[in-house]
Design a protein around this ligand. Structure first.
Ligand code: NAD
Length: 252
């Protein structure tokens, strides 16, 4: 039996690495992103058969329902969901806007994509797994080291939206446990992916790396490895957790 994994934000730096890694683990990938062409390009670039690409705006609950309908049309449930889609809004110079200069629109859009988008996904997923239980039922959300540290480059809106994820996974994990579903988050540190590059020039990587105990910026594959663990058999007894993938940048 081939298990399936639906990945949001799959055309992004980390989302693509997650899609590639879960495919290598044997999952059939449903790659989704805002833009259908980019999602399809990711799906077509994944080795193996059966991977598909779809447009999915995670703020659109009707579209989320339709995407699950399409993914489960053959009667095969979505086993794993990875909610990697996210946004960070900075000013034109790549700096975080102070709270005093943050518009309500920026605040609400950031919550809408990062936290409400994750809520809409886990809600739809749990509704479906309540109706039709599935083996290896795992939901993996994305928090951030920024939520844990108050952020250096990230905005207050982003930090708040990612803090919401840490609470949401605990609430969802408690409710989902009786369904045999685990719900966890990964909290990446500084990862060499587009969101980090909004504010960090690669020329400054070596200096920044000195503040990271493992002395390097992380890779999307580092994060994908953690997602693979949570999605795979070895992660079966982990739920309600936020797994740090940050090179020791922040230790609990
Ligand atoms: N890169 C880092 O250093 C870092 C650190 C901590 C957390 N994260 C988190 O990891 C995840 C991936 O980050 P990344 O660096 O790969 O960023 P990225 O910008 O490369 O990828 C984000 C993807 O989300 C998609 N997206 C944006 N809004 C969407 C929406 N409404 N619906 C669906 N898709 C949408 C974008 O099109 C993009 O492909 C994000 O949740 C981010 O917050 C990243």
């Amino acid at each position: 039996m081939t298990l399936s994994a639906l990945v949001t934000g799959a055309a992004g730096g980390i989302g693509r690495a997650v899609a590639m890694r879960l495919a290598a683990d044997g999952f059939r990938i449903i790659a989704t992103d805002m833009d259908e062409e980019r999602a399809r390009t990711v799906a077509e670039g994944i080795p193996g058969e059966g991977h598909t690409g779809h447009a999915l705006d995670v703020t659109d609950e009707t579209a989320i329902g339709a995407c699950f309908d399409a993914a489960e049309a053959q009667g095969t449930p979505v086993n794993v969901v990875v909610a990697a889609a996210g946004i960070l809004i900075l000013d034109e110079t790549g700096q975080r806007r102070p709270i005093t200069q943050t518009s309500t629109q920026e605040w609400e859009l950031t919550q809408r994509v990062n936290s409400t988008g994750t809520f809409l996904l886990v809600r739809e997923y749990l509704r479906r797994r309540t109706a039709t239980p599935a083996p290896y039922a795992r939901f993996i959300a994305f928090s951030s080291v920024a939520a844990q540290l108050g952020g250096y480059r990230s905005s207050s809106a982003y930090i708040a939206s990612k803090s919401a994820i840490s609470g949401l996974v605990k609430a969802a994990a408690r409710e989902a446990a009786s369904l045999g579903v685990t719900v966890n988050a990964v909290a990446p540190g500084l990862i060499d992916a587009p969101m980090l590059r909004l504010s960090l020039d690669p020329a400054n990587d070596a200096e920044i790396a000195r503040s990271i105990p493992l002395n390097r910026i992380g890779t999307p594959e580092d994060v994908a490895g953690a997602v693979s663990y949570l999605a795979g058999p070895d992660g079966a007894y982990v739920t309600g957790a936020t797994l740090d993938v940050n090179g020791g940048y922040r230790m609990q």
